[in-house]
Design a protein around this ligand. Structure first.
Ligand code: NAD
Length: 251
């Protein structure tokens, strides 16, 4: 069945061919949505355009850390589709360094893309959602926020992802009156390119020992949780955090 028929859904950081974002855009598209893919990677944007019918898709090179870029996306979406129903804040970067090794510029980069990006994109879409008196915003945090890292990203990544949970809850409280729901997903270890080949077999084996479902997650596992939170199936859920981690962190 079609859970997002005629809905207009933006997914940030969604041009990576093996990423959670593109898998999410594809699943939303299969469910009838018009999809908007943004990504800072120009070449990747060019490659994904061909995957979708032009009338039902908008692909934009855009940096979530730029307030101006975020506003341009919101404006272009309203111009092309007339509304904005869903925003999935998925753009994110990580860095596997230790506490002592975090440099000022690393801190800025990790906090800016993950946390500031969520703020700017959300600020860009909420005026239209308020105008419609409906909308769903879904944020991609991480199990790293809940257990203090220890999987792949460094402490600054944990901080950024934990910040996203706090910001998301505060947004849910403030925006509920306008019919806008805000929820977060905390994925465990998902097999994508984000680890940049730095996750070796020994590391993987060690991580698997702590996962009751005994496998790494797939982008599809996360995309399905996003679909639930984006659609009316979750119509009375806001301010929630949904774990998609195979039981890696049961709390
Ligand atoms: P990915 O690297 O495939 O996807 C991230 C995408 O974001 C890339 O396409 C990248 O070009 C884009 N991006 C980076 N900086 C950007 C910016 N400034 N503006 C716009 N786009 C930008 O990785 P992924 O694993 O699919 O990650 C998706 C999200 O899931 C991220 O927020 C990540 O932190 C989160 N996450 C991933 C895992 C995992 O194990 N893979 C676990 C928990 C959370």
């Amino acid at each position: 069945s079609q859970l997002l028929e005629n809905k207009v859904c933006i997914v940030t950081g969604a041009a990576g061919i093996n990423g959670i974002g593109l898998r999410t855009a594809k699943l939303f598209y299969e469910h009838g949505a018009n999809i908007v893919i943004t990504d800072v990677n120009e070449q990747a944007c060019d490659e994904v355009r061909a995957l979708f019918e032009a009338g039902r898709c908008l692909v934009m090179v855009s940096n979530v850390t730029s307030k101006e870029d975020c506003q341009k996306v919101a404006d272009a979406v309203v111009e092309k589709f007339g509304r904005i129903d869903v925003l999935v804040n998925n753009a994110g970067i990580t860095q596997p360094v230790k506490f002592d090794e975090i440099q000022p510029q690393d801190y800025d980069k990790i906090l800016d893309v993950n946390l500031r990006g969520m703020l700017y994109m959300s600020q860009a879409v909420t005026p239209q959602m308020k105008h419609q008196a409906s909308g769903s915003i879904v944020n991609t945090s991480s199990v790293s926020a809940q257990r203090g890292g220890g999987i792949f990203g460094g402490p600054h990544y944990s901080a950024a992802k934990a910040g996203m949970l706090g910001l998301g809850k505060a947004m849910a409280r403030e925006l509920g009156a306008y019919g806008i729901r805000v929820n977060s997903v905390t994925p465990g270890l998902i097999a994508t390119d984000i680890t940049g080949g730095k996750l070796d077999d020994a590391m993987k084996q060690k991580i698997l020992e702590g996962i009751p479902l005994n496998r790494l997650g797939t982008p599809e596992d996360v995309a399905k949780a996003f679909l639930f939170l984006a659609s009316d199936l979750s119509g009375y859920i806001t301010g929630a955090t949904i774990d998609v981690n195979g039981g890696m962190h049961i709390h």
